[in-house]
Design a protein around this ligand. Structure first.
Ligand SMILES: Nc1ncnc2c1ncn2[C@@H]1O[C@H](COP(=O)(O)OP(=O)(O)OP(=O)(O)O)[C@@H](O)[C@H]1O
Length: 297
């Protein structure tokens, strides 16, 4: 197959994918989105004869538009722009999970400091304020007191980009010092790990320790449902345990978000799963599905 790789920086993750694709004799067309002119009427030459495009853009804005163009050029793309749109925005993400009946932390959104303050007081302390767009735990605030809330809201309202004027307030989940990241292809878990830290933010990018994690049936079901809620694809599903029994086993989960351009280097290191190989297996199946649809159409 001929795989188009949309990217703007080749990270370790993309290196792993590229070498797996090439080892299997697939053709890869690397498309650095920074060099492209995306015409609204005609596909650039680099898009000719692609069986499937894999979006690995780091910047959300690029990812959202570049995948839209793939769709306009009739080139199958994973993840779909509709999925990217939901995952790139925490409000849309939370709404999709709630609508699908997937347990997700209680959240309120408001547009003024005063309204946000009401949500904060309602949730009580601590609670969490998150930017609606962003990753790696950046600009997330655990609000411990009314005076802290006032300060953060004031900073966001005065100094923030317009996206920071949407206040996303969430209940604080008393997780056991870790969260769970699952990489899934169309809802099927590929690999899972826990990210543990003394800090309330347990992102790998914030220095959390990672370790392989075995999913139980409930977690598997939630991964499948959360993936479907955003339109499926190659996704990172983030869960938190909401309680543990005496043996330390989780008694329930909440899904706080689904990510669309998921980094998997930490997962590959923490588990003995050959993540790149699994992703390429899935891509091959996708490309085959697409060519079958084309033949029958
Ligand atoms: N409501 C919450 N209560 C307690 N901890 C939370 C809550 N929401 C998020 N966290 C913690 O903060 C971390 C970052 O949260 P979240 O995944 O929403 O942010 P992000 O910036 O999108 O990160 P990533 O890029 O890893 O997806 C999580 O790994 C989790 O440990």
């Amino acid at each position: 197959m001929n795989v188009g790789l949309l990217y703007s920086r080749i990270r370790k993750d993309e290196k792993l994918l590229l070498s797996e694709l090439r080892d299997r004799g697939h053709e890869v067309t690397k498309i650095d989105v920074r060099d492209q002119q995306f015409s609204i009427s005609e596909a650039p030459e680099s898009f000719a004869d692609l069986d499937v495009v894999l979006d690995r853009c780091l910047a959300t804005s690029r990812s959202l538009y570049a995948t839209r163009f793939c769709e306009a050029y009739d080139v199958p793309v994973v993840n779909a722009p509709e999925t990217a749109e939901i995952c790139a925005d925490k409000v849309k993400n939370s709404l999709a999970l709630e609508e699908a009946g997937v347990p997700t932390p209680d959240t309120e959104v408001s547009f003024t400091k005063e309204s946000a303050m009401e949500s904060i007081e309602k949730f009580g302390y601590p609670c969490v304020l998150k930017p609606v767009v962003g990753s790696w735990g950046r600009l997330m605030a655990k609000i411990d007191s009314r005076s802290a809330a006032e300060a953060v809201l004031e900073h966001k309202a005065t100094l923030g980009h317009y996206e920071h004027k949407v206040f996303y307030v969430q209940e604080f989940v008393e997780k056991p010092g870790r969260d769970i990241r699952v990489l899934a292809t169309d809802g099927e878990p590929v690999a899972a790990m826990v990210r543990s830290s003394d800090h309330w933010l347990t992102n790998a990018a914030q220095g959390a320790e990672t370790e392989a994690f075995e999913l139980d049936e409930e977690a598997e079901r939630l991964v499948e449902e959360a993936s479907a809620a955003v339109g499926d694809g190659l996704l990172g599903v983030d869960l938190m345990e909401v309680g543990v029994d005496e043996e330390g086993e989780p008694t329930g989960y909440t899904v706080h978000e689904v990510n669309h351009t998921v980094e998997f280097k930490a997962l590959a290191d923490a588990t003995d799963v050959d993540v790149a190989a699994e992703v390429v297996d899935w891509l091959e199946a996708k490309a085959a599905e697409e060519s079958e649809t084309e033949v029958t159409a």
